[in-house]
Design a protein around this ligand. Structure first.
Ligand SMILES: *Cc1c(COP(=O)(O)O)cnc(C)c1O
Length: 454
């Protein structure tokens, strides 16, 4: 243990011991960690009294604002009853009620809920279930997985294997499963010269070819429905999902919808799959599930899958998969409070109104900037892809780290605008107000001008 002399700042004490996630620690030499004291709504307050607007919802998880009074109260109430219990053979009211509520809002095929404790573990669970499902229903040759290029499903080895973003995955390829990567839609740079609004998903030919070649050996395909988040908020049309559902049914391949980022109203509907009017066989939920309060996830499955594991003990058909904190009661209490607020405060309807206004304002403020290639949006998520030239859509030089430079200027100005490469985005709490968004738009634009003046 180190001797923490009072002369050392909190920032120095942090850097002497903590390895932060998804960061180059050397960058902290010029941008020390921001030590947060408290949060309220969309605002974070650091220990020096400076405030920052959290326009990225703290990694897309914070659904209804920080320290939301009703969620806080629900957690405090649960805490005095039960903090945690083994979830094998034992259960509790919050988990049961949460499963009932999820059953009511999830797509039609989904009726069973397997609790895990983070997004990646929900994906791992979905992959293992799919593999085992076919193993014990007479098609053991279905061992492989398909996924979309530029996809992201988490950081554990299995989840990384079905991800295609080189940034996260390339180095670890020798450790991974051999999956089939299908070229994803790329609507901004559509190779067929179509637009997202007017196309027949010509790019679906890649999925058709992959299924024709590999469906017999494939257990499941996993996708982020409508929105490839980490890839830079890449949005594709619902028609793609409709076609994929059909293709999966034709070839008997399970469809896994990773709604970890898109779930709970992020894309304007409760789930992204709702916009395509399809039901996956398995759906992964996390992030907004607890309002971004506690690590919890659910792998939601169809009865068909569940029944394939239901048998007398000793037949080897059960699912030997558990996480210590699965179904944690405090997490469930938070999730129940989130659902109550969503219903009673008409969060989806209000967010839809706010989103319309935001689209118009973003377009007005950013539309003319010579480096703004596309302003794309789905639900309240709005992303701005910066390019060298909007006509050619040529990317900015990645070595210049333009997005990161803008991020640093935005922080000085009090906005957490953590970019995805050179894509700036808003993914705020669903109950953010227009006044708050006004600040975010103006501050983001000023920060853009700091780095790319016109
Ligand atoms: C964040 C995310 C995950 C991983 O969740 P963790 O809780 O960070 O493990 C998986 N899939 C998608 C689409 C995500 O956005």
């Amino acid at each position: 243990m180190q001797n923490n002399t009072p002369a050392k700042s909190w920032e120095q004490r942090d850097l002497s011991l903590i390895w932060h996630p998804c960061s180059q620690m050397k960058d902290y030499e010029t941008l020390p960690p921001i030590v947060v004291d408290h949060g309220k709504g969309v605002w974070l307050y650091d220990i020096h009294g400076k405030r920052y607007m959290d326009i990225v919802s703290s990694w897309w998880a914070n659904l209804l604002g920080h320290c939301q009074p009703e969620i806080n109260a629900a957690i405090k109430a649960q805490l005095d009853d039960l903090e945690h219990v083994i979830f094998a053979n034992f259960s509790h009211r919050p988990a049961i009620e949460l499963a009932e509520q999820l059953d009511a809002i999830t797509p039609e095929r989904i009726h069973k809920f397997h609790f895990n404790d983070n997004g990646s573990s929900a994906v791992e669970c979905a992959l293992k279930m799919s593999f085992q499902f076919y193993h014990q229903t007479g098609k053991p040759e279905k061992k492989r997985f398909m996924c979309l290029s530029e996809g992201y499903h988490g950081e554990t080895i299995g989840a990384l294997s079905v991800g295609s973003m080189d940034l996260f995955a390339k180095l670890y390829k020798p450790m991974m499963m051999d999956n089939i990567h299908v070229t994803a839609p790329d609507c901004y740079r559509c190779p067929y010269g179509k637009t997202r609004e007017h196309c027949a998903c010509e790019c679906f030919e890649h999925a058709e070819k992959a299924f024709a070649a590999h469906a017999q050996e494939t257990a499941a395909i996993i996708v982020e429905p409508l929105l490839q988040g980490c890839a830079g908020m890449r949005i594709y049309p619902p028609l793609y999902l409709k076609k994929l559902r059909q293709l999966c049914d034709t070839y008997d391949v399970l469809l896994i919808a990773d709604e970890i980022a898109t779930g709970f109203g992020r894309t304007g509907t409760m789930f992204a799959c709702d916009q395509a009017d399809i039901s996956p066989d398995i759906m992964c939920l996390s992030k907004g599930l607890t309002g971004g309060y506690l690590p919890m996830s659910v792998t939601c499955v169809s009865d068909r899958i569940y029944q394939a594991f239901y048998a007398d003990y000793g037949k080897g058909l059960s699912f030997p998969h558990s996480h210590t904190y699965a179904g944690n009661p405090i997490g469930c209490a938070a999730a129940l409070a989130v659902q109550k607020i969503m219903r009673e405060q008409h969060i989806l309807e209000k967010a839809a109104d706010t989103a319309k206004w935001l689209t118009a304002e973003m377009t007005r403020v950013f539309g003319q900037h010579p480096n703004v290639g596309e302003i794309r949006h789905i639900g309240l998520i709005h992303a701005i892809e910066l390019v060298k030239d909007p006509v050619t859509k040529e990317r900015l030089d990645p070595t210049k780290r333009t997005g990161y430079a803008i991020y640093k200027h935005a922080l000085k100005r009090g906005l957490v605008l953590r970019p995805l490469g050179d894509v700036l985005y808003f993914n705020p709490a669903l109950n953010i107000t227009r006044e708050e968004l006004r600040f975010a738009i103006d501050t983001a634009y000023a920060s853009l001008l700091d780095v790319l003046p016109v």
